[in-house]
Write a protein that binds this ligand. Sequence first.
Ligand SMILES: [Zn+2]
Length: 234
Amino acid sequence: MYYLNPIQLYEFLERKNIHHFHHANSVRTACTFIENKGLFSRGSIERRGLVQTTQSSDAIDKEFDVWNDIFLDIVDLHGYFPRQNYYGPVCFVLDTKLLLDDKLPNICITKDNPIYWNEEMSDEEKYYSSVDEYINNFDIILKEHRLHSQMFTIHNIDGRIPLKKYLIKIILDNPRLKIGEIKLLEKSKQKLVESLNASGISDEILEIRKCQNCFCKDNYFNQVEVSELEKLFL
Ligand SMILES: [Zn+2]
């Protein structure tokens, strides 16, 4: 495992004008984060007996030792691609200054999404071994539109990324759909606002996503099963 120098990483992202991390999840898991005032790893939520929705990558996460990691992206995948984020309709936008927090150690960057890893791969194939290696690859990754595969992880974190300190905003997708009489946007917004209020975080940080030239609305309508919509939004 390679832990990267967080200060060097922060300074590089600043030079590239990248000031935010993004983390997408379901409404239910997002409410758990908000009510517990932080972003947690999936393992940590499980150990605390808190509620989270399942993800198709859960088994792989355990196999490849990323179950106790928090995943962050330097791009909002919903927008980087003209489609919804598959991990869920709630996007937490966080300040990259969290890299400078010495309570949040063990920063790693993957070379690909762990769902594409295999048992034969070495740490060197899975992860960048230094910030310099990441910097040297950055422009080509940018050109090839592969920033989504370079995932920042906080490895083996038992604590949380504190929301009060680093949360900038929360963006919620609007699928413009109803299940029976339940309007998904209305219901999910209400749940998030309740959680924010209960945690003493202003609900003004909650934004409803406005998309242009994006397939999310069509995809939610045509490609996402009702049971999956319920899991993501309710
Ligand atoms: Zn969209």
